[in-house]
Design a binder for this molecule. Structure first.
Ligand SMILES: NC(=O)c1ccc[n+]([C@@H]2O[C@H](COP(=O)([O-])OP(=O)(O)OC[C@H]3O[C@@H](n4cnc5c(N)ncnc54)[C@H](OP(=O)(O)O)[C@@H]3O)[C@@H](O)[C@H]2O)c1
Length: 390
C-alpha cells in the first residue's frame, strides 16, 4: 500500500504544472496563488500558447507539447502536478516516480496504462505518489495509517453523470452537449464524457488497484448522485470511514500540493443541519458497459489496462468529433479489447505499442460504427479480426 511518511520541510515548494491550461491546471493555479508556501517553476501544455500565463506568474520554463521530461530535468521541481489529459502524460509520470520527485497525479490514464511500471519506478525513486483524483485523495486519507489486513474493501463513489437512470434505448441519440452537461463537476471534455459513460469510474478502479494495492474484488463502485461522499473504506470490524465535502477539485489539488500540511482552502463547509441527505445506489452495468470492461481489463492485467485506456481515448475523441454515437464508445472499446493480444507490459515501449494497437483497433470500430442505433449491450459482439502488429 502506498503509505508515505510526512517529509514537509517548511520551505516554499516549487511546483511544475503540466497541463496548466486545462480544468485541473487552472484550478491548481488558483491554489498556488492562494498559498505563500507554493510557487510555480514550470508550465506545460499540449498546444496552447503559455506566454501570457508564464508572464503573469513569473515562470521562465515553459513547454508546449513533446516530451515533457526535458522541462522537468531543467527545472528541478519539488512537486510535479501532472494534469495532462490522456496517455500523453505517461513519460512525466514515470520520470517523476523514477527520480523520487513528489508526484501529484491527476493524469489517471498514465497510472492505468503503466501501473506496474510506475510502482516499480516509485520503489526505485522513493518519492511520494499523491492522488489528485477526488475519490483517490479521499481513499488515501481514509487508508492512511491503517494496517492493510484491517481493510475489508474500498468503495469509490460515482455521481452517475448526466445519464444516470437512463436506459440504452434512451441513449441512442444523445448529443455531445447533453453528454458534456455533468450534474456535479465542471471538468475538461474527455473526463466529462468518461463520467457520462462510467469509463471514468473504470479507470479509477484500476488507478485505485495500483495506488493502494487493493485486489479488484475488494473494489466496489456505488452511485452517490450529489458527489458529496468521495470514497469509503470498509474495515474488517464492520466499520466504514468516509470522506465528505462539496465537489470542488481545489480541495484534492491543495491536499496533494500542501501534503502533509493540509493547507487552507477558502470554501464553504458542509451544511449538515440544513438538511443534507445522502443516497446511494448500484451502477447500471448493462447501460454503461465501460465500467465492467475496465474492471475486466484490470483483472486481465499486462497491457490490457493500457489498451482499455487507448481504445477509450480514441472512441471518446470520435464521439466528441461527431463521428461515433454515444453508445458506440462502449462498443468500440469492447471490440478493441476483444481483439488485442494482451501482451506483457515489460517497459514503456511495450505500452507505446499496446496503446497504438488499441487505437488502431478502436479507430476501425469507429469507422465501422456498428454501435449506431444498437440498444443491446455489446458483451456478445464478435471480436474484430486482429490487425498485424508493427
Ligand atoms: N477536471 C477535473 O475536474 C478532473 C478531476 C479528476 C481527474 N482529472 C484528470 O486530470 C487530467 C486533466 O483533466 P482536465 O479536465 O484538466 O483536462 P483538460 O481541461 O482537457 O486539460 C488538459 C490539459 O492537458 C494539456 N495537454 C494535452 N495534451 C498534452 C500533451 N501532449 N502534452 C502536454 N500537455 C498536454 C492541455 O493543453 P492544451 O490547452 O494545449 O490542450 C491542457 O492543459 C485528466 O487525466 C483527468 O482525467 C480531472
Amino acid at each position: 500500500m502506498n503509505r508515505p511518511a510526512p517529509n514537509y520541510t517548511g520551505k516554499v515548494k516549487r511546483v511544475a504544472l503540466l497541463g496548466a491550461t486545462g480544468s485541473i491546471g487552472r484550478q491548481a493555479i488558483e491554489v498556488v496563488e492562494a498559498s505563500p508556501e507554493l510557487e510555480l517553476c514550470a508550465l506545460a501544455s499540449g498546444s496552447s500558447d503559455l506566454t501570457a500565463l508564464a508572464a503573469e506568474h513569473d515562470v521562465e520554463s515553459v513547454q508546449t507539447g513533446g516530451d515533457l521530461t526535458a522541462l522537468l530535468e531543467a527545472t528541478e521541481p519539488d512537486v510535479i502536478l501532472n494534469a495532462v489529459v490522456g496517455f500523453a502524460g505517461i513519460r512525466a509520470t514515470l520520470w517523476a516516480l523514477e527520480h523520487g520527485v513528489t508526484l501529484a497525479l491527476a493524469n489517471k490514464e498514465s497510472l492505468v496504462a503503466a501501473g506496474a511500471l510506475a510502482l516499480a519506478a516509485q520503489e526505485r525513486g522513493g518519492g511520494l505518489l499523491l492522488p489528485v483524483d477526488s475519490e483517490h485523495s479521499a481513499a488515501f486519507q481514509c487508508l492512511e495509517g491503517r494496517a492493510p489486513e484491517s481493510v475489508h474493501s474500498l468503495v469509490l463513489t460515482a455521481s452517475g453523470g448526466p445519464f444516470r437512470g437512463r436506459s440504452r434505448a434512451d441513449l441512442v441519440d444523445v448529443s455531445v452537449d447533453e453528454a458534456l452537461a455533468h450534474p456535479t463537476w465542471s471538468m475538461g471534455p474527455k473526463v466529462t464524457i468518461d463520467s457520462a459513460t462510467l469509463a471514468n469510474k473504470g479507470l479509477e478502479l484500476i488507478e485505485a488497484h495500483f495506488l493502494f494495492g487493493i485486489a479488484y474484488e475488494q473494489l466496489e463502485v456505488v452511485l452517490q448522485p450529489t458527489s458529496v461522499v468521495h470514497a469509503l473504506v470498509r474495515f474488517r470490524d464492520g466499520a466504514a470511514l468516509a470522506h465528505l465535502g462539496y465537489p470542488d477539485m481545489r480541495v484534492p489539488i491543495s491536499w496533494a500540493l500542501t501534503h502533509p500540511e493540509r493547507g487552507p482552502v477558502d470554501l464553504p463547509h458542509l451544511d449538515l443541519a440544513g438538511g443534507l441527505t445522502l443516497e446511494f445506489s448500484a451502477p447500471d452495468l448493462d447501460t454503461f458497459p465501460l465500467l465492467a470492461l475496465a474492471r475486466r481489463a484490470g483483472e486481465q492485467g499486462g497491457t490490457y489496462p493500457c489498451a482499455f485506456n487507448a481504445a477509450n481515448e480514441t472512441a471518446v475523441a470520435a464521439f466528441l468529433d461527431g463521428k461515433l454515437p454515444f453508445l458506440g464508445i462502449g462498443d468500440a472499446v469492447g471490440d478493441a479489447l476483444d481483439a488485442v493480444d494482451g501482451a506483457p507490459a515489460r517497459d514503456l515501449d511495450d505500452l507505446i505499442e499496446a496503446d497504438a494497437e488499441a487505437r488502431r483497433l478502436a479507430g476501425r470500430g469507429v469507422h465501422l460504427s456498428r454501435g449506431a442505433g444498437s440498444t443491446e449491450p455489446p458483451a456478445e459482439v464478435p471480436a474484430l479480426p486482429a490487425l498485424e502488429r508493427k
